[in-house]
Write a protein that binds this ligand. Structure first.
Ligand code: GLY
Length: 309
């Protein structure tokens, strides 16, 4: 199950124009290729959609990636992510997660590469999990076989849940960021043993032992991100974080002349486990408050809709 869509190229460009004119709002335009995460546009009026469509197809806004454009229905609902490890035949289900993409609290403001994530996802109950397995994961495995695609590795299912029904927004041949930072800490097995078992096709031997506790990760970014931001800012306080309580994952950091400095927009993430999402998120936030670099910013509401009152 996915959003209704049609594909257009320069050959059926005029049909694309008619399709956009008749389409209900908002209209989603996707470049059918790699575009550094920027190839999806959500247009709230027809003029904007027509202009972007022209830019993509006739003026190569995304280079060759935009030669084919997918025009798609906008799916409303709650986003979450499911993950498997597969050899294209058997698979292991990993813990699920929900990420928070907006820069501002209460999911306001510009999209980012991810400001935080939580796992488990409280509304992902047995009934919903069964639907995801039966309607999405197993058909995906069957599809790999039907299309003779040899694939061993992670599959990331970007899902939209609407009226308790799961739909696919995207697949990725990798784990997610910042989802990885909450799902891997919840897996108690040795990760290397799991990867070796997949490599050796010993799926029967693997039983994922998932920590019952909740995990929350909070991402610290450099002030101004996702717009202009500074780099090279010295990071203080990391050594005061106890790894038994909070794990720090580095993304935009660099060791330079014995100093830890910022080297990107999303600088680092703090992950903690707790009895519930509120506790996990509060421990991560508390520990991020012990870290300092000029203009550090992080959301203090990760997992807000799941925090018990
Ligand atoms: N958090 C979304 C992704 O990794 O694509």
């Amino acid at each position: 199950p996915t959003a209704a869509y049609q594909e257009f190229t320069v050959d059926n460009y005029k049909e694309g124009i008619d399709y956009i004119r008749r389409h209900t709002l908002p209209i989603v335009l996707k470049a059918d290729g790699l575009a550094a995460g920027k190839g999806v546009l959500i247009c709230n009026n027809h003029l904007e959609a027509l202009a972007e469509f022209e830019l993509m197809i006739l003026q190569s806004k995304f280079g060759e990636s935009g030669n084919k454009v997918v025009i798609e229905e906008f799916l409303e609902g709650i986003e979450m992510s499911a993950f498997i490890l597969t050899n294209g035949k058997d698979y292991i289900l990993l813990p699920e997660a929900k990420d928070y993409k907006r820069i501002g609290e209460n999911d306001k403001g510009l999209n980012t590469g991810g400001m935080g994530a939580v796992s488990p996802v409280p509304f992902y109950d047995d009934a919903l999990r069964k639907k995801v397995l039966e309607k999405i994961i197993q058909p995906t495995i069957d599809g790999l076989q039907q299309e003779k695609i040899e694939y061993t590795g992670f599959i990331f299912f970007g899902l939209m849940i609407r009226d308790n029904e799961p739909m696919v927004i995207e697949y990725n041949c990798r784990l997610g960021d910042p989802e990885t930072e909450v799902i891997i800490p919840r897996i108690k097995n040795d990760l290397v043993e799991i990867l070796l078992a997949v490599f050796e096709n010993n799926f029967a031997d693997v039983k994922i032992d998932t920590d019952e506790r909740a995990a929350a990760t909070v991402v610290a970014v450099s002030g101004g991100y996702p717009g202009l931001f500074k780099t090279g800012l010295e990071i203080h306080g990391i050594s005061s974080i106890h790894p038994q309580e909070t794990l720090i994952f580095h993304s935009g950091t660099l060791y330079d002349d014995g100093k830890l400095i910022t080297n990107g927009g999303r600088v680092l993430a703090a992950t903690s486990l707790g009895e519930n999402i509120r506790e996990a998120a509060e421990i991560s936030t508390y520990n991020l408050e012990q870290i300092y670099f000029e203009d550090i910013y992080f959301r203090v509401d990760i997992g807000f809709e799941f925090r018990e009152k």
